[in-house]
Every structure is written in C-alpha cells, then in structure tokens.
Design a protein around this ligand. Structure first.
Ligand code: ADP
Ligand code: MG
Length: 255
C-alpha cells in the first residue's frame, strides 16, 4: 500500500535577500520516485538540505512518518528514517567497500538515542546487534550491485561504482525515505543505465526524492516531477504532464 512518508509544506529558505526556496510543498510516497528538476541555482540542493535538517527552513514545515521534524538536527531526522547522499562524496577512499558500508551503518547506531535491545545482557546485546548490522550491510551491498566488489579498496573502484557505494552507505542506515542529489553526475552511458536499474530496485522499498540533470534518467525513473526555477515551483505533475507543459519547455527543457 502506498503512503506518504515525507511531507513538506510551504517551505521557504532565504539567504539574505535571496529566496533560494520559495514556498515549495512536496509529498514523498512509499514506492514512488519524485524527481526535482530545474536549471542551476533553482534551489534543488537547498530543498534537500531543508528536508534533511542540514539547513533550517526560514518558514514552512517538514514531517516524516507523520511526525513534525521541522528544526530537528540532521542526526535526529536520520533516526526518523531519512537517508541522503550529497553531491560531494562521503566515501573513505583507503577503506574497502565493505568497511565503508559498515562504518556508515555503525555511525547511525553510535548516535542511537535509545536502545531497543536494552533488556538483553551486554554481551548478548552487542552480539545480536552485530549480527543485525552485518545482515543490513550485506543487503545494502547486494541491493547496490556491489556484491562482487565488497573486498575492493574504494579508491580502486570505478566512478560509477563509487556512486553505487554511496547508495549502499545510505541504505545501510535503513532509511524509509531517500534523498539523492545528482546520483548520475559524471557517469558514462553504461554506468548511468546501471544506476537507473539500481534506483528502480530501491524504489520497491523506499520513498525517493531524486535531483538529477540527466533527463533520460529522470523520465525513465520519475513517477512525479516538480520543476523549480529561481526557488519556485513552476510545474508539478506526471512525466507526461511535464513533457506537455509549454511553460516548462520554455523555461527549462527546451534550453
Ligand atoms: P541548485 O541545486 O538548484 O543548483 P542551490 O540550491 O544550490 O541550487 O542554490 C540555490 C540558490 O541559493 C543559488 O542562487 C545559490 O547561490 C544560493 N545559495 C545556496 N546555498 C547558499 C548559502 N549557504 N548561502 C547563500 N546562498 C546560497
Ligand atoms: Mg544542486
């Protein structure tokens, strides 16, 4: 059953006199990819920062899983079920694929504000948690298509595989909602196709907001599209509706 996992209402972010995000509302549904497109400087990355708590909104609100998380710190929002990747990589290059994923999973546990296994003895708790973490990392690596690369040192894998690793690291924190900022950036055709297939697999279990410039990928992936220009939403709808929108053609797609 589909449901809204993240809901943002009338978000505004001002930097001095500039409204980088100007009255944007968006709902992210489980099993759906919502793409946000628009020219450079439109406010797409700023929007992702408002959703993940990396920036507080000037006004407006964000709720995740029905809970109002407006103004929460990023770690707390991550615990509420939001995982994100950044345009800049978080990979630790001297470490293996496996160790990067394991570190990402553990970084979340270390910050856990409560302990659901607290009634176990310490030893048993650590062992149980470690088995669960291991299984979670295995799954994240498999889902990201890196099963055969798990022992490879991150600096030696291809650019496309590094982007897959970032997805694996995000999945290892067990998010319900994924925010991906330009996951196809810098990819060749074959790498981009592999990433599109990967994102379609991930969508089966998550809600996803996808910021992406590769329009072939966007139209192959998105269930819904929001078009931003100068901080504002100029159109929102299905891929077919957006393709047919004359204003969008003029402002962006036709450029
Ligand atoms: P996009 O991701 O769509 O290219 P951004 O969200 O990065 O756009 O930027 C939107 C606008 O906000 C741009 O004009 C950018 O220069 C400005 N901006 C982004 N972050 C900051 C910041 N921290 N301080 C001031 N201005 C910013
Ligand atoms: Mg950006």
């Amino acid at each position: 059953m589909s449901e809204v996992l993240l809901s943002a209402t009338n978000l505004v972010k001002r930097f001095g006199g500039l409204a980088a995000v100007n009255d944007v509302s968006i709902d992210l549904w489980r099993n759906r990819i919502h793409a946000v497109i628009g020219p450079n400087g439109a406010g797409k990355s700023t929007l992702t920062h408002l959703l993940s708590g990396d920036l507080p909104p000037t006004t407006g609100s964000v709720s995740i899983g029905g809970k109002d998380v407006t103004g929460w710190a990023p770690e707390r929002i991550s615990h509420q079920g939001l995982g994100r990747s950044y345009q800049k990589t978080n990979i630790f290059l001297p470490f293996t694929v496996w160790d990067n994923v394991r570190l990402a999973a553990q970084s979340r546990e270390a910050q856990s504000p409560w302990n659901p296994l607290g009634w176990f003895s310490d030893t048993r708790r650590v062992a149980t948690k470690s088995v669960a973490t291991h299984a979670r990392c295995e799954r994240a690596i498999e889902l990201s298509g890196l099963k055969d690369r798990r022992r490879a040192v991150a600096s030696t894998i291809s650019h496309g595989e590094q982007r897959q690793l970032e997805i694996a690291m995000t999945l290892a924190t067990e998010p319900q909602v994924l925010l991906l900022d330009e996951p196809l950036a810098g990819m060749g055709v074959a790498e981009a196709e592999r990433m599109v297939a990967l994102l379609l697999l991930i969508k089966r279990e998550h809600a996803m907001l996808l910021v992406e410039h590769d329009m072939d990928a966007v139209f192959a992936l998105a269930d819904r599209l929001t078009v931003m220009v100068n901080g504002q939403v100029i159109a929102s709808g299905t891929p077919a509706e957006i393709r047919a929108d004359a204003g969008v053609q003029a402002a962006y797609l036709g450029e």
